[in-house]
Each structure stands twice: as C-alpha cells, then as structure tokens.
Write a protein that binds this ligand. Structure first.
Ligand SMILES: Cc1cc2nc3c(=O)[nH]c(=O)nc-3n(C[C@H](O)[C@H](O)[C@H](O)COP(=O)(O)OP(=O)(O)OC[C@H]3O[C@@H](n4cnc5c(N)ncnc54)[C@H](O)[C@@H]3O)c2cc1C
Length: 452
C-alpha cells in the first residue's frame, strides 16, 4: 500500500484547493472522490470569487471555464400584502468595490469543479474518482491513520483531510461533529433555466464591456413576497445560455411551513416581477442539496473542533458557509489553503498531533473564514429575531424609500434623481443596526455606479 502525506476525501472546491497548495509545498497527496468526475455531484448557485481563486491560482481566471463576469446586482425588497404595481416594493442596486475585495464570476460547478481539480492534478496531486470513502482506518491506539473505501481498499496517510461536504463522514467518524441539527441546516433547491443568451444580456446585462469583449451580468435577489414572507431569498444568477434560479429555507422552518420547498420555487418563478424576466425559457434540470448554516465558533452554533490527531476538516464538512447568504465556496477554498500550510509545517516538524493542529483552528478563526461566520451568524440572528423578520424589514425599507421619494420607488426613480437621498436614507436606516450596516454598507455606498 502506498503511503501518502495527505489523503483528501472529496475533490470539491476545498479539497482541490488544499491539494494544489500541498503538492506545491512538496507533499505527496491523494484525492479520493466518489463521483465519476469532480463536480458531477455538486449543486450550486453558482457564484465564485476571483480574488479568492487567485490565492490558489494566481493568474485566475486565465483559461478557467467561466460562464459570466458579475458586475453587481439588484436586491428586491417586496413586502407581503403590498401592491407591488403601485410601487409597493423597493429596489437597491449594488456593484462590487474592487477586484481585490470582491471579483465574482458565475460558473457551472459541474464543469468548473472538474477544471479546478485538474489544476491540482497538473501540479502533482493524484486523483482517484468513483471512490466512495466509507470509513477510517485506525492504529492500535485508536488514532486515525487513513481511510477505507466501499470496496475495502485502504489508503494510509500522515494526515487525513475531510473535504467531503455537508454530511462529512470523516468529521463524524473522527467524532468531531454530529450531523448538523435542523435549525442549522438549510435546504437549497435550484433550477437551471434555459434562456437565449441575447435575452439574458437584455434582461440581466450590466452593459459593462470587459477587456475580453464580454458583457458582464447583474445578479438578482428577491426578499419577502416571492418567498411568501419567509426568511431566505430567491435568486437569479445569469450564466451564458441559462439562469440559475434558487432559494434556501432552514429545515426547521420547512417543518413548520405549510408547503414544500418546490412550492416556494414556483411561487417565486411566477411572481409578477420575476415572471417576465424568465419568459421564453424553460427548466432544464432540478436539484436540491443542503448547506450548513451554523457558526462553528459559537455561541448558538454547534461548537466543535475542526481538527484531531492526524485530521483537519475544511469547507462544508466544517460548516464554513456564511450564515447570511449561504455562500460557502470562499470558506472552503480559503480554509483549504490555510490547512495546506499547516499540514506542511506539521510534516516538517514531524508532529501531526491534535495539539499541533490547534493552530489550524486559530488561523481560520482569525481569517476571513471565521470573521464571515461570526458576522453572518450575528446578522442572520438579527434578521430572523430582533428585526421582526424579513417581511417587516422589506416593508420598512420600502415605506422609508417611498416617503423620501414622494412618488413611489420604481427602479428608475431610485436610480436617477433621488439617488443621493436614497443613499442617505439607507445609511440612516442602517445606522440603526450594526449587522445590517456591515452587510449593505459597502454596497450601498457604491450603488450609484450602476444605477445612474
Ligand atoms: C443550491 C446551492 C447553491 C449554492 N450557491 C452557492 C453560490 O452561489 N456561491 C457559493 O459560494 N456557495 C454556494 N453554495 C454552497 C457551496 O456550493 C458549498 O459551500 C461548497 O461547494 C463547499 O465546498 P466543499 O469543497 O467544502 O464541499 P462540496 O462542494 O460539497 O464537495 C465535497 C466533495 O466531496 C465528495 N464526497 C462527499 N462524500 C464523499 C465520500 N464519502 N467519499 C468520496 N467523496 C466524497 C463530493 O462528491 C464532492 O465532490 C450553494 C449550495 C447549494 C446547495
């Protein structure tokens, strides 16, 4: 049996990011993936960030399979019980501050994850696909020294990386975490909506032409009415010949709610503001998958260790998804890089103990991964409890904007002459709440650029 420095379970965004940096640092790495190709089993929105990707691939996007560049987006606050046709909703635009801070792209994850993993293989990692890991291998003292697949084949390593997503068999077998509870697990569903590229450009184009001649797109996010007033949001993320339509609802809420998750999807698709934008298209595929929406650094989240003797967990396996927007790609990739650097140091020192790996947890908590989790959880708690809920918030926001603008809050009105007053109002409104200020502040200060 070949012994590896690191066996990585899962060739998703986190596992491949770890492997690329680890092999560049001289480690012998094997990635085990249950799918026939990395990405085949992934479901995602699918916005990813170039500034984070460049931590792993400095020349990104170079030859990466990108669908669209994202120049910004529109947030629709549509309160329940209001007549949206009479201006009973508000629309806020946002753009991205700079490529260093936020450089989003839309991708097809089943194509993109394959490419992402291939880069790690090109750098020297081994990849074994169609391999479902079913357990861990322990030494006489009970320490984990490898993993075993469904055919009984064993893979030994100094370090095992659990990059195996939300259900993480590695995390659970190592005793590091339970299954996430229904209050910290979000069910997401997605429809790939086929639509002519020209129509996509007309309806979602940013009109910004990039260096390669490509026109960027705007994301759309809808709160309240399309979701029947429930927490969460409905999104439209444009690709080249299709739109990713999606939404997520916390499992606890789904248990309590009258309808199943697809009802909310069709309620959103048929909403009068959304429907015309989808006209001429049709569904191509349906998928659903859950994401952890917890805060592994507590309080109120499932407090756990992301490491043990010879083990580190990264990405969804460790719960690194921002609880306010459900984005987990950045957390998986950034944590993959941090873990690869710690693994390299551990092997240099010949110490892969839990004590040594404490520094992994310290590092990710101090990094953007930990900051996002903490801030996201704070904002999500505020939104679902203290604010009175998303519907109340959408209503307050819309009424506030309407009174400032004297005659309604249509896209054009918000975007043109009243823009400075809108920003002033939004800033005053956000001053009421620290979490909300942190969420929207940087965007609102910049939304003039797209709406003028
Ligand atoms: C509908 C939806 C939309 C989303 N949209 C976005 C978005 O737009 N932007 C964003 O940032 N995030 C989004 N997310 C979240 C994002 O997809 C995840 O946070 C991200 O993929 C986590 O990466 P990961 O590498 O940790 O895990 P994963 O992407 O889940 O990868 C885990 C890999 O491990 C493999 N695996 C699992 N178990 C085993 C096993 N036992 N043996 C071998 N292999 C195994 C899987 O096949 C998979 O390839 C979305 C999620 C959903 C469900």
């Amino acid at each position: 049996m070949t012994k590896y420095n690191c066996v990585v379970v899962g060739a998703g965004p986190g596992g491949s990011a770890f492997s690329k940096i680890a092999v560049e640092n001289g480690l012998k790495v094997l990635m085990l993936e249950r799918a026939r190709n990395p990405g085949e089993k992934n479901t995602s929105g699918s916005t990813i960030w170039g500034n984070i990707a460049r931590k792993i691939h400095p020349d990104f996007p170079a030859d990466a399979p990108i669908e669209r560049r994202v120049d910004g987006g529109r947030l629709y606050f549509v309160p329940e019980g209001k007549d949206w046709e009479k201006g009973g909703y508000s629309l806020v635009g946002f753009s991205h501050p700079s490529k260093e801070i936020s450089d989003p792209f839309n991708v097809y994850r089943n194509v993109f994850d394959k490419w992402w993993a291939e880069q790690s293989v090109a750098a020297g990692a081994e990849l074994k696909t169609s391999t479902l890991v079913t357990g861990v291998v322990r030494d006489a003292n009970g320490k984990i020294i490898g993993v075993i697949d469904e055919k009984g084949e064993k893979y030994e390593a100094d370090i095992v990386i659990g990059a195996d997503g939300v259900l993480s068999i590695i995390g659970r077998m190592a005793g590091l975490r339970p299954m996430w509870g229904s209050h910290e697990n979000c069910l997401c569903c997605k429809i790939d909506w086929e639509l002519d590229e020209k129509l996509i450009d007309e309806r979602f184009g940013s009109s910004i032409e990039h260096d390669d001649g490509d026109i960027g797109v705007l994301l759309e996010i809808y709160f309240a009415q399309p979701m029947a007033g429930n927490a969460g949001y409905f999104w439209i993320f444009p690709d080249r010949g299709s739109l990713a339509l999606g939404l997520g609802i916390i499992m606890n809420d789904l248990i309590r709610l009258e309808h199943n998750i697809w009802w909310y999807m069709w309620n959103s698709i048929n909403h009068p503001i959304v429907k015309p934008k989808l006209k001429g298209g049709k569904p191509r595929s349906y998928i659903a998958h859950s994401i952890p929406l917890t805060n592994p650094v507590g309080p109120n989240g499932t407090l756990f260790k992301s490491y043990a003797d010879n083990i580190m967990l990264i990405g969804d396996a460790a719960g690194f998804v921002c609880p306010i927007d459900g984005a987990g790609w950045c957390g998986a990739v950034s944590a993959g890089k941090i873990a690869a650097e710690i693994a390299t140091k551990a092997l240099e020192k010949g110490d892969t103990s839990a004590e040594f790996f404490q520094r992994y947890q310290r590092k990710w908590i101090e990094s953007d991964v930990g900051k996002n989790l903490k801030m996201g959880k704070e904002m999500a708690d505020w939104l679902t409890h203290e604010s009175g809920g998303i519907n109340v918030l959408a209503d307050q926001f819309t009424r506030g904007l309407a009174s400032l603008m004297e005659h309604g809050t249509s896209h054009e009105e918000v975007g043109s002459s009243s823009i400075n007053r809108t920003i002033k109002y939004a800033q005053e409104w956000m001053a009421l709440s620290k979490p909300m200020r942190m969420l929207l502040g940087p965007y609102l200060q910049l939304f003039t650029s797209l709406m003028r």
